[in-house]
Design a protein around this ligand. Structure first.
Ligand code: FEO
Length: 401
């Protein structure tokens, strides 16, 4: 399938409705994904990115129906990850002398993965490529989200080919943002940012400011996953600016795992305390052993504060809690508060361990946490309730952005 998006630009990618996991088993993709590849047929013919390796044969077969491969003058590789470069080895066997435009780091990543000495043309921010009726301008975008990433901007059409930035793992047949289910689209954009781009907030902010300062018209934003931003395309750029700035909603998220429901009872009593203190705060409770970790990360991203609980086991914490804390630490959240809780029967180290993990993850630790010996009785449930209330008291007044 190809879809014409302007007179000269076509989408020639792959919609993957069946994708459930991405980056190996690391990232859940409940709504599938797309691998967006674009073909520009001007005086010169340019292919921007390819699709993931499992779909290379169908991609190349479809491309051949649409264009004589020998007529492709240039390939642009905005980013080397295999979901965009995976078809290159097979394609380059057919058109081995076609120059590939990419960053210096792009050469490293493509050479490192495919061990081929293709005709790499290294570009920097501001490098232009004349393709006939217009020029393509390249804009390096390191750490959005790999060091090799760049954007390509079609100067005549005002199209920003942004690769992963502004994308979503969201399968769609209609391709444009104004044709997508708005709630699904919003959630998948948020999940994508929270799980992939959060560690690079500063680079996102800097790149957006740099791009805005160029004062270039933007008619379409064409990312490498999900929808093309056609209706008010800059809305996703503005959204990224907000997300990059220690984003919060008026939400507190309680994460826990529990061996015999004692820590679960603590979580529920804490939630009651939060709600009693402030009914406007959205409180969500997740058993991290049962729920998808990337959905949980998305909720952490939205939160002003998180409370993390675990039973003590073997002088440590439950493995599901350890796993989510490792994820949370790696994402380098900023401007969020946190505290720990947990029940124990014997040694009771869990709260101390969780508190340290949260501190290492950059959270503002509210207090040294709440421990409960054995199953919480009425008195201990009241302590949990107060713990929730006291946590609310540490939050500053909420101003909706
Ligand atoms: Fe869509 Fe970073 O690859």
């Amino acid at each position: 399938m190809s879809i014409k998006i302007t007179d000269k630009v076509s989408w020639v990618g792959k919609v993957d409705w069946e994708l459930k996991k991405f980056h190996g088993e690391e990232l859940s993709t409940h709504k599938g994904s797309t691998y967006n590849s674009y073909l520009i047929q001007d005086e010169k013919t340019v292919l921007i990115d390819t699709v993931w390796t499992p779909y290379r044969d169908e991609f190349i077969a479809r491309l051949q129906k649409y264009v004589d491969l020998d007529k492709i003058d240039y390939i642009v590789a905005n980013h080397g990850e295999p979901d965009h470069s995976g078809s290159l080895p097979a394609l380059m066997k057919l058109i081995p002398n076609t120059p590939i435009y990419c960053t210096a780091n792009g050469v490293k990543s493509l050479r490192g993965q495919y061990h081929q000495d293709w005709d790499f043309q290294v570009v920097k921010t501001g490098t232009k490529l004349d393709i006939g009726s217009q020029e393509l301008m390249f804009i390096e975008a390191p750490m959005l989200h790999w060091p090799d990433t760049m954007f390509t901007y079609a100067m005549g059409d005002g199209i920003l080919f942004s690769n992963d930035a502004f994308g979503q793992h969201y399968a769609t047949e209609s391709l444009y943002n104004d044709k997508a289910d708005p709630a699904e689209l919003q959630y998948e954009c948020l999940k994508y940012y929270a799980n992939i781009l959060t560690p690079f907030n500063r680079q996102v902010d800097r790149k957006i400011k740099e791009f805005v300062a160029l004062n270039l018209p933007v008619n379409l934003i064409c990312p490498s996953h999900g929808v093309i931003w056609r209706d008010n395309p800059l809305q996703i750029v503005q959204q990224y600016s907000r997300w990059a700035d220690s984003y919060q909603e008026n939400q507190v998220t309680i994460l826990y795992d529990s061996m015999w429901d004692s820590t679960k009872k603590m979580a529920q009593a804490i939630a009651r305390g939060i709600t009693a203190a402030d009914q406007d705060i959205i409180v969500k409770i997740y058993n991290v052993g049962q729920r998808d970790k990337n959905d949980i990360i998305t909720e952490v991203f939205r939160s002003r504060a998180i409370l993390v609980g675990s039973s003590t086991i073997n002088r440590g914490i439950l493995s599901a809690v350890a796993g989510i804390l490792e994820e949370i630490k790696g994402l380098s959240f900023s401007g969020k508060k946190a505290a720990a809780f947990g029940s124990y029967g014997w040694s009771g180290e869990s709260v101390k361990i969780i508190t340290q993990e949260l501190r290492d993850g950059g959270f503002d630790i509210i207090n040294e946490g709440l421990r409960c010996l054995w199953t919480p009785d009425q008195e201990n449930e009241q302590r949990c309730f107060q713990f929730g209330q006291e946590m609310v008291a540490t939050l500053e007044g909420w101003q909706k952005a």
